[in-house]
Design a protein around this ligand. Sequence first.
Ligand code: SAM
Length: 246
Amino acid sequence: MMKIDLVTIFQGILDGPFKESMIKRAIDQGFVEINLVDLRDYTHDQHRQVDDYPYGGGHGMVLKPEPLFEAIEDLKSRSGADQSRVILLTPQGRPFNQKRARELAEQEHLILICGRYEGVDERVRSTLVDEEISIGDFVLTGGELAAAAVVDAVVRLLPGFLAEEALADESFTELLLEYPHYTRPSEYRGMEVPSVLLSGNHGEIARWRRRQSLKRTLERRPDLLEEDDLLPEDKEYLEEIKKQQS
Ligand code: SAM
């Protein structure tokens, strides 16, 4: 079973995301254990202080090194895991994506540090942290929502949790975006579901979906196509679309 510790000073923010739906099911079924760890439990002063003013002056506060060092060392030693991976959520980190989520789903123990204020003391980053993750080029007030997003993406990929078929066509599985979906009714306000989807011809449906995926990726995220190993017929189809567009 994978173990995930989230180190935070605002546990309340992380209370909800793991108590509903799929992630709750993964916890209940024993695929993952998720612990919210209060950083203030690793302070030794009356005020349980976790932050302090930045050396050199300037705006805001910085998370102090001592509680974070003690927390990470304690969580590692108590985990029982052979290896723990310590992740700092930061807008300065490597952009998170499905490939990284898949790799993290192979880990035994993750410790996610949720930053606050101006961030964490640099000595934490340079000594304790194995990896820095950003969930996008924007700045959140704290790392909790970023950590929740990472945990959600990783847990649903834990081996055996979701059926392989459910993941097979998903966006980014092959670096392509997923094809469009339709459900009943087959006609709504004059808008009809593409007839191929009602045909029962599974070969044709698969071909249509593949082409829709390629078209959608070309329109929305052409950068992904450069990295993907496309089949010769995919390349032909993309050339066809490009010609039609020019
Ligand atoms: N001063 C920092 C900077 O300019 O890089 C930003 C600090 S931000 C206000 C507070 C915390 O929110 C960060 O330490 C980090 O944990 C989290 N955070 C903010 N944006 C994030 C993002 N895009 N991805 C991951 N974590 C983020």
